[in-house]
Structure formats: structure tokens, C-alpha cells
Design a binder for this molecule. Sequence first.
Ligand code: IPE
Ligand code: IPE
Ligand code: MG
Length: 236
Amino acid sequence: MIQHVAIIMDGNGRWATSRGLSRSDGHRAGAKQISVVADAARKMGIKYMTIYAFSTENWKRPQPEVATLMSLLREFTTDTLDQMMENNVRFCISGRVEDIPLIARNSVFNAIEKTRNNDGFTINVAFSYGGRAEIVYAVNKILKERKSDKPVTEEEFRNYLYHPEIPDPELMIRTGGELRISNFLLWQISYAELYVTPVFWPDFGADELRKALESFAGRDRRFGGLNLPSGDAVDK
Ligand code: IPE
Ligand code: IPE
Ligand code: MG
């Protein structure tokens, strides 16, 4: 069973445009889907869900769109807090938390604090997140905190990432059809299975998640080795 699924929630803008709505309407519809998909994932036995909500590159978007996304972060952390407490869900952020503007800051930190000890399911929101920024953050943390001068191992390095306690995702889903990573979880997805669907994020629900998990279940994960059916001839 999958412990951790990571999702690039893409396609809000195209979903809205195709309906004659504004891009912000698309983001609002997308934000509503987060709880739907998180609930479904939790009920399917998944333990962690990392969702890409705002990248370090998304600051380039027009100011009104950025402002809508900041408001949605505040609304999400305010409106779903009771539900998260009820369902034993922990909320956390991966990203440059110092970039989160004042309008969203209190509700974000409040949600992190209140849900800190919940251990049924974790929603990790990648916000002002970049995979490269995370790696550089880890390097700087090492330079500042590490006492030893022994070479750093991969296992040790991961302890300096934003959330070392969250295992690497086994599956990474991208909605909206683009075949790229867009600077998401560069370290953690080294062996994740990729699943791309043309479905836009506001249309991605429990059934779509089930399809992704079915696809994952059919993958042959070799991790560079060989999965030989027993009895197969092996070179001596
Ligand atoms: C994803 O939807 C949400 C964010 C990047 C914040 P987009 O806004 O990128 O939607 P498209 O890709 O333009 O359709
Ligand atoms: C990736 O989507 C970031 C998020 C979903 C938050 P983008 O829409 O920003 O990615 P590009 O621009 O297509 O690479
Ligand atoms: Mg996009």
C-alpha cells in the first residue's frame, strides 16, 4: 500500500477558461477539491499527501491572481481546521514559510500548531515551494548546524529537508496533462512512480485518485535491480 502520494494540482486556469470563468474561479474550485481528495486518500489508507499549491515560480503571476491564492490559503487553513481535528489530520507546510503574507500567516501557523499531534493522516501543502530552494535550504542548514566534518551521507542529508519525518512519495500525480516536474520535490521523487492525467485539478476526485492507485498497483518497481520471477534463469 502507498504511504505517501504527491500531487501537482495543475489545470485550475484551463478548467476555468473552458467554462468562461476567471482563473481565480478556477483556483477557488481547485481549493474545494483538496478536502475531497484528502478524505478519499485517508479512507484508502494513505498516510501522507503532499500537494503542490504554489511554487517559487508562481510569484511571477499577475498580482491579483497571487492575492487570490494567498486568500485561499487562509480560507483553507481556517475553514477546514475543525474537520482536520475531527479526522485526526495533521497540517503542515513545505516551502519558504517566511514568504507567506500577513493575511494568511496567522491561520496557517494556527493550523500547524493545533494539528501538530494528529497522526491519522498528514496534509503537507507545498507553498512558495521549489525543489531547488529546498535542497539549498538543507545545504545552508547543514552549514549552520552540523558539527561533524565527516562526509554527509544521503540518509543524513534528508534530515535537513523541510519534513524529514515524511517518507518519500511512492506515487506522484500530475493533473492537467503537462509532462514535467516544475521544480516539485526534486530530492524525494527520485524513485516515485509518475502518473499524469489530462483531467484538470478541479475535476480530480475520489474516482480519479482510485485510477491513479490502480495504475500504480500495476507498476513493476525494480529500483535498479531485477524482479525475477522465481525459477527464471539467472546469469552465473
Ligand atoms: C495550478 O493551476 C494552480 C497553481 C499553479 C497555483 P494553474 O493556475 O497553473 O492552471 P493552468 O495550468 O493555467 O490551467
Ligand atoms: C506547477 O504548476 C505548480 C503548481 C501546481 C502549484 P504550474 O502551472 O506553475 O507549472 P508550469 O508553469 O506549467 O511548469
Ligand atoms: Mg499550470
